[in-house]
Design a protein around this ligand. Sequence first.
Ligand SMILES: [Zn+2]
Length: 227
Amino acid sequence: MTSAGPDGQPRQIMSVSLKDQVLAGLRAGLLKGDFKPGKIYKMGEVGEQFGASRTPVREAVLELESRGVVEIIRSVGFRVTEPTPDDIQDMWEVRAIVEVPAMESLSGRLDDSTLAKLWSLIDDVEKAARSDDLASYLAKDAQLHDALYEELSNRHLAATIRDLRDSQRVPSLGARRASSDLIARNEEHRALVAAIASGDTEKIHNLTRAHLLVNYHKWQSQSDHRD
Ligand SMILES: [Zn+2]
Protein backbone atom coordinates (compact mmCIF):
# COMPACT_ATOMS: atom_id res chain seq x y z
CA MET A 1 0.00 0.00 0.00
CA THR A 2 2.77 2.46 0.80
CA SER A 3 5.54 3.45 -1.57
CA ALA A 4 8.85 5.04 -0.67
CA GLY A 5 9.26 8.75 -1.31
CA PRO A 6 12.49 10.29 -2.68
CA ASP A 7 13.97 10.35 0.83
CA GLY A 8 13.20 6.66 1.31
CA GLN A 9 10.37 7.38 3.78
CA PRO A 10 6.93 5.91 3.16
CA ARG A 11 4.99 8.85 1.77
CA GLN A 12 1.46 7.59 1.46
CA ILE A 13 0.58 7.53 5.14
CA MET A 14 0.41 11.30 5.54
CA SER A 15 -1.33 11.77 2.20
CA VAL A 16 -3.98 9.14 3.03
CA SER A 17 -4.78 10.65 6.41
CA LEU A 18 -4.90 14.18 4.97
CA LYS A 19 -7.19 12.96 2.20
CA ASP A 20 -9.42 11.29 4.81
CA GLN A 21 -9.50 14.49 6.86
CA VAL A 22 -10.50 16.55 3.83
CA LEU A 23 -13.06 13.88 2.86
CA ALA A 24 -14.59 13.94 6.35
CA GLY A 25 -14.72 17.76 6.23
CA LEU A 26 -16.31 17.75 2.79
CA ARG A 27 -18.90 15.15 3.82
CA ALA A 28 -19.83 17.11 6.94
CA GLY A 29 -20.01 20.32 4.86
CA LEU A 30 -22.24 18.62 2.28
CA LEU A 31 -24.58 17.27 4.97
CA LYS A 32 -24.72 20.65 6.65
CA GLY A 33 -25.43 22.39 3.36
CA ASP A 34 -22.20 24.45 3.27
CA PHE A 35 -21.56 23.24 -0.27
CA LYS A 36 -24.46 24.22 -2.48
CA PRO A 37 -25.60 22.05 -5.39
CA GLY A 38 -24.82 23.57 -8.78
CA LYS A 39 -22.17 25.97 -7.47
CA ILE A 40 -18.58 25.50 -8.64
CA TYR A 41 -15.86 25.16 -6.01
CA LYS A 42 -12.15 25.52 -6.74
CA MET A 43 -9.79 22.84 -5.39
CA GLY A 44 -7.33 25.48 -4.14
CA GLU A 45 -9.99 27.39 -2.21
CA VAL A 46 -11.34 24.22 -0.61
CA GLY A 47 -7.75 23.28 0.26
CA GLU A 48 -7.26 26.62 2.01
CA GLN A 49 -10.47 26.07 3.94
CA PHE A 50 -9.20 22.73 5.25
CA GLY A 51 -5.54 23.76 5.52
CA ALA A 52 -4.54 21.17 2.92
CA SER A 53 -2.78 21.24 -0.44
CA ARG A 54 -4.52 20.49 -3.73
CA THR A 55 -3.45 16.83 -3.85
CA PRO A 56 -5.44 15.52 -0.86
CA VAL A 57 -8.37 17.75 -1.92
CA ARG A 58 -8.30 16.27 -5.42
CA GLU A 59 -8.11 12.73 -3.99
CA ALA A 60 -11.08 13.38 -1.70
CA VAL A 61 -13.10 14.99 -4.52
CA LEU A 62 -12.31 12.03 -6.83
CA GLU A 63 -13.74 9.68 -4.22
CA LEU A 64 -16.89 11.79 -3.93
CA GLU A 65 -17.18 11.83 -7.72
CA SER A 66 -17.08 8.02 -7.79
CA ARG A 67 -20.10 8.13 -5.46
CA GLY A 68 -21.95 10.54 -7.74
CA VAL A 69 -21.92 13.32 -5.13
CA VAL A 70 -19.86 15.81 -7.13
CA GLU A 71 -18.86 16.31 -10.73
CA ILE A 72 -15.29 17.35 -11.53
CA ILE A 73 -14.89 20.16 -14.03
CA ARG A 74 -11.44 19.92 -15.57
CA SER A 75 -9.02 22.71 -14.63
CA VAL A 76 -11.81 24.59 -12.86
CA GLY A 77 -12.85 22.60 -9.79
CA PHE A 78 -15.93 20.63 -8.94
CA ARG A 79 -19.67 21.06 -8.80
CA VAL A 80 -21.96 19.49 -6.21
CA THR A 81 -24.64 17.40 -7.91
CA GLU A 82 -28.21 17.59 -6.69
CA PRO A 83 -30.25 14.47 -6.02
CA THR A 84 -33.86 14.87 -7.19
CA PRO A 85 -36.69 14.45 -4.63
CA ASP A 86 -37.43 11.08 -6.26
CA ASP A 87 -33.78 10.06 -5.80
CA ILE A 88 -33.95 11.02 -2.13
CA GLN A 89 -37.26 9.19 -1.61
CA ASP A 90 -35.89 6.05 -3.31
CA MET A 91 -32.72 6.18 -1.22
CA TRP A 92 -34.72 6.21 2.04
CA GLU A 93 -36.38 3.00 0.89
CA VAL A 94 -33.06 1.38 0.03
CA ARG A 95 -31.53 2.54 3.31
CA ALA A 96 -34.37 0.97 5.32
CA ILE A 97 -34.05 -2.28 3.33
CA VAL A 98 -30.28 -2.42 3.78
CA GLU A 99 -29.49 -0.70 7.07
CA VAL A 100 -32.06 -2.34 9.36
CA PRO A 101 -30.87 -5.96 8.83
CA ALA A 102 -27.26 -4.72 8.81
CA MET A 103 -27.66 -3.32 12.34
CA GLU A 104 -29.58 -6.45 13.41
CA SER A 105 -26.58 -8.54 12.34
CA LEU A 106 -24.52 -6.83 15.09
CA SER A 107 -26.89 -8.11 17.79
CA GLY A 108 -24.89 -9.46 20.76
CA ARG A 109 -21.77 -9.67 18.59
CA LEU A 110 -19.65 -6.70 19.69
CA ASP A 111 -16.84 -7.14 22.20
CA ASP A 112 -16.28 -4.91 25.22
CA SER A 113 -13.56 -2.76 23.66
CA THR A 114 -15.72 -2.03 20.58
CA LEU A 115 -18.67 -1.18 22.81
CA ALA A 116 -16.43 1.12 24.90
CA LYS A 117 -15.37 2.93 21.71
CA LEU A 118 -19.03 3.33 20.67
CA TRP A 119 -20.04 4.71 24.09
CA SER A 120 -17.20 7.22 23.92
CA LEU A 121 -18.31 8.31 20.42
CA ILE A 122 -21.84 8.74 21.76
CA ASP A 123 -20.42 10.98 24.50
CA ASP A 124 -18.72 13.04 21.77
CA VAL A 125 -22.04 13.39 19.92
CA GLU A 126 -23.64 14.46 23.20
CA LYS A 127 -20.99 17.15 23.75
CA ALA A 128 -21.56 18.52 20.23
CA ALA A 129 -25.35 18.47 20.76
CA ARG A 130 -25.08 20.28 24.10
CA SER A 131 -22.79 22.95 22.69
CA ASP A 132 -25.32 23.41 19.86
CA ASP A 133 -22.55 22.88 17.29
CA LEU A 134 -24.38 21.40 14.27
CA ALA A 135 -21.26 20.90 12.11
CA SER A 136 -19.50 18.99 14.85
CA TYR A 137 -22.71 17.08 15.68
CA LEU A 138 -23.05 15.91 12.05
CA ALA A 139 -19.37 14.93 11.87
CA LYS A 140 -19.53 12.98 15.15
CA ASP A 141 -22.84 11.36 14.20
CA ALA A 142 -21.30 10.19 10.90
CA GLN A 143 -18.25 8.91 12.81
CA LEU A 144 -20.48 6.91 15.17
CA HIS A 145 -22.49 5.36 12.34
CA ASP A 146 -19.27 4.62 10.43
CA ALA A 147 -17.91 2.85 13.52
CA LEU A 148 -21.04 0.67 13.57
CA TYR A 149 -20.75 -0.09 9.84
CA GLU A 150 -17.08 -1.02 10.36
CA GLU A 151 -18.20 -3.88 12.59
CA LEU A 152 -20.28 -5.44 9.79
CA SER A 153 -18.72 -8.67 8.58
CA ASN A 154 -19.74 -7.78 5.01
CA ARG A 155 -17.46 -4.94 3.80
CA HIS A 156 -19.49 -4.41 0.63
CA LEU A 157 -22.61 -3.90 2.71
CA ALA A 158 -20.77 -1.31 4.84
CA ALA A 159 -19.55 0.52 1.71
CA THR A 160 -23.06 0.45 0.18
CA ILE A 161 -24.60 2.02 3.28
CA ARG A 162 -21.93 4.75 3.46
CA ASP A 163 -22.35 5.55 -0.24
CA LEU A 164 -26.12 5.78 0.08
CA ARG A 165 -25.91 8.13 3.02
CA ASP A 166 -23.33 10.31 1.27
CA SER A 167 -25.20 10.55 -2.03
CA GLN A 168 -28.49 11.26 -0.30
CA ARG A 169 -27.40 14.47 1.45
CA VAL A 170 -30.90 15.49 2.43
CA PRO A 171 -30.72 19.30 2.28
CA SER A 172 -33.32 20.00 4.99
CA LEU A 173 -31.31 18.00 7.52
CA GLY A 174 -28.67 20.69 7.33
CA ALA A 175 -31.21 23.25 8.48
CA ARG A 176 -30.94 24.73 11.93
CA ARG A 177 -31.95 22.32 14.65
CA ALA A 178 -32.48 22.90 18.34
CA SER A 179 -29.90 21.54 20.77
CA SER A 180 -32.66 19.59 22.58
CA ASP A 181 -33.59 17.93 19.27
CA LEU A 182 -29.97 16.84 18.73
CA ILE A 183 -29.75 15.50 22.30
CA ALA A 184 -32.95 13.50 21.70
CA ARG A 185 -31.47 12.00 18.51
CA ASN A 186 -28.42 10.96 20.50
CA GLU A 187 -30.64 9.14 23.02
CA GLU A 188 -31.66 6.94 20.06
CA HIS A 189 -27.98 6.11 19.57
CA ARG A 190 -27.67 5.14 23.24
CA ALA A 191 -30.72 2.88 23.06
CA LEU A 192 -29.44 1.30 19.83
CA VAL A 193 -25.99 0.49 21.19
CA ALA A 194 -27.55 -0.83 24.44
CA ALA A 195 -29.82 -3.12 22.36
CA ILE A 196 -26.83 -4.32 20.30
CA ALA A 197 -24.88 -5.00 23.52
CA SER A 198 -27.74 -6.99 25.09
CA GLY A 199 -28.56 -8.85 21.85
CA ASP A 200 -32.14 -7.55 21.59
CA THR A 201 -32.62 -7.95 17.83
CA GLU A 202 -36.26 -6.81 17.77
CA LYS A 203 -35.35 -3.61 19.56
CA ILE A 204 -32.44 -3.02 17.14
CA HIS A 205 -34.90 -3.42 14.25
CA ASN A 206 -37.36 -0.89 15.66
CA LEU A 207 -34.73 1.63 16.78
CA THR A 208 -32.84 1.61 13.46
CA ARG A 209 -36.08 2.09 11.51
CA ALA A 210 -37.15 4.88 13.86
CA HIS A 211 -33.74 6.61 13.58
CA LEU A 212 -34.03 6.58 9.78
CA LEU A 213 -37.72 7.50 9.72
CA VAL A 214 -37.31 10.61 11.87
CA ASN A 215 -35.09 12.03 9.13
CA TYR A 216 -37.40 10.78 6.39
CA HIS A 217 -40.50 12.43 7.87
CA LYS A 218 -38.55 15.60 8.56
CA TRP A 219 -37.45 15.69 4.93
CA GLN A 220 -41.00 14.96 3.70
CA SER A 221 -42.61 17.63 5.85
CA GLN A 222 -40.07 20.24 4.80
CA SER A 223 -39.99 19.26 1.15
CA ASP A 224 -42.26 21.28 -1.10
CA HIS A 225 -41.03 19.42 -4.19
CA ARG A 226 -43.51 16.60 -3.89
CA ASP A 227 -47.27 16.62 -4.06
ZN1 LIG B 1 -27.46 9.00 14.02
